[in-house]
Design a protein around this ligand. Structure first.
Ligand code: NAD
Length: 299
């Protein structure tokens, strides 16, 4: 039978990902700072423990799915962190989207304890997480890749090896800056069309058979009533929080500054999502930029 897999961070993404490990026959040992987040997994017979250090005592493969760099630092190197109790040879896979410099730092800290750290951030929303259709971008030692792939294929349709530790994050940051810009573009386009008298469903249909088509228009349309099963159909609840998108654009800014790269549209997108965070949209899905633009017009 399969040995247990540790899972830390049972939020919008972590919960469905851990469920897919259970579905594939891996016992799961899980924890989250908010005990309520563990309820769903517990009901499916996952073992819920109190801290990352407890997970590390019991599992020699651990996946983390946390909001941001400070959370990852805390969960790995904090007083009750993984590295306090990590067993030699443990494989640590971080699927959070964080600063690649922090991934490299965690890899060094893990190596000192005889463990292996890989970054494996994901693309695909909560829907893809539930259906095990995520894409994983993996950075780390190539000889460890097969071991990581065994677990990641239970949760994703595509697993791509990118290179040394941190390169998974680099790929993820590039994807999300394009997504961030595309969503704002889709929202403002749909809004203009509506103001010009077009039915939003018809406009979406036309865009999706034309050169304006993108993921935000055909899979995750931001306009309520255009699609079912997306956050815009559910008052922008669940999905990918605006705070998280603003965080990812902050990562893009940092890496662009480090490499003296100009990213003018990403900079503007970053500011738009940050303004949204201060105007009550922080915990709504980022496609609520459509609603934000409407409110800006006083509608
Ligand atoms: P989330 O906020 O819903 O979940 C994060 C979970 O981590 C929460 O349950 C939180 O309680 C827990 N947590 C925070 N600090 C902790 C700690 N110290 N110890 C234990 N648990 C802790 O976030 P999410 O939407 O699941 O996203 C997770 C990561 O995946 C983020 O980095 C995000 O950018 C990335 N991501 C999200 C999506 C999406 O569509 N939601 C898609 C791709 C990537």
């Amino acid at each position: 039978s399969k040995t247990p897999v540790g899972f830390i961070g049972l939020g919008n993404m972590g919960t469905p990902m851990a469920k897919n490990l259970l579905k594939n026959g891996y016992p799961v040992i899980a924890t989250d700072v908010f005990p309520e987040s563990c309820k769903e997994l517990q009901d499916l017979n996952a073992l819920v423990v109190d801290s990352p250090a407890e997970v590390a005592k019991k599992a020699d493969r651990i996946i983390t799915m946390l909001p941001s760099s400070p959370d990852v630092l805390k969960v790995y190197t904090g007083p009750n962190g993984i590295l306090k109790n990590v067993k030699k040879g443990t494989l640590l896979i971080d699927s959070s989207t964080i600063d690649p410099a922090v991934s490299r730092q965690m890899a060094v800290a893990a190596e000192k304890m005889g463990a292996v750290f890989m970054d494996a951030p994901v693309t695909g929303g909560v829907g893809a997480a539930s259906l095990a259709r995520l894409t994983f971008m993996v950075g780390g030692l190539e000889e460890e890749y097969n071991a990581a792939q065994e677990l990641l294929t239970c949760m994703g349709a595509n697993v791509v090896y990118c290179g040394q530790v941190g390169t998974g994050q680099a790929a993820k940051i590039c994807n999300n800056m394009l997504l961030a810009i595309g969503m704002i573009g889709t929202a403002e386009t749909m809004n203009l069309g509506i103001r010009l008298g077009l039915d939003p469903k018809l406009l979406a249909k036309i865009l999706n058979m034309s050169s304006g088509r993108c993921w935000s228009s055909d899979t995750y349309n931001p306009v309520p009533g255009v699609m079912e099963g997306v956050p815009s159909a559910n008052n922008y609840q669940g999905g990918f929080g605006t705070t998280l998108m603003a965080k990812d654009l902050g990562l893009a800014q940092n890496t662009a500054t480090d490499t003296k790269t100009s990213i003018p549209l990403s900079s503007l997108a970053h500011q738009i999502y940050r303004v949204m965070c201060s105007r009550g949209y922080a915990n709504k899905d980022f496609s609520s930029v459509f609603q934000f633009l409407r409110e800006e017009e006083g509608q």
